[in-house]
Design a binder for this molecule. Structure first.
Ligand code: ZN
Length: 140
């Protein structure tokens, strides 16, 4: 990973084999980013994604191991239980050019991913909402 900071933005380039969510979460903790937004394009060779089942209150998950174009990943950064948490959704397509999408749990970069992070001055956090079973966004 390489990155550069030009406040209020951070550019990050992830390299082959790096896990997207774990690497960006660690970088946010390292840089003290507690609220913001994320936009990324590139490609991966493994992705774990899902869709929330409102009635069962679980994510239906799927893992794909194939070359996929990320077009794009988008999401946000908020504190969850005091630590930076990235909520990311991904749209992606393989060699059939058919788009799929979902909540991104993790993906492995191959060969590169180009990420812009916008850092927000206001702090936001996620709090458990019993009505939905989800950690919803709240201003601090
Ligand atoms: Zn989601």
């Amino acid at each position: 990973m390489i990155y550069c900071v030009s406040e209020p933005f951070v550019f990050v380039r992830l390299e082959k084999g790096e896990p997207i969510v774990a690497t960006l979460t660690d970088l946010c903790a390292q840089l003290g980013i507690r609220s913001g937004w994320v936009q990324a394009i590139g490609a991966v060779d493994r992705i774990e994604y899902g869709a929330w089942d409102i009635d069962a209150r679980v994510y239906h998950k799927q893992v794909l191991e194939e070359t996929l174009e990320i077009s794009p990943i988008s999401g946000n950064i908020m504190l969850k239980e005091g630590k930076p948490f990235l909520h990311l959704h991904a749209t992606f397509a393989g060699h059939d050019f058919m788009a799929r999408a979902g909540h991104l749990f993790e993906a492995r970069v191959n060969p590169t991913l180009e990420v812009f992070i916008g850092v927000l001055p206001e702090l936001l956090e996620r709090r458990m909402d019993d009505a939905t079973g989800l950690y919803l966004a709240w201003p601090l």
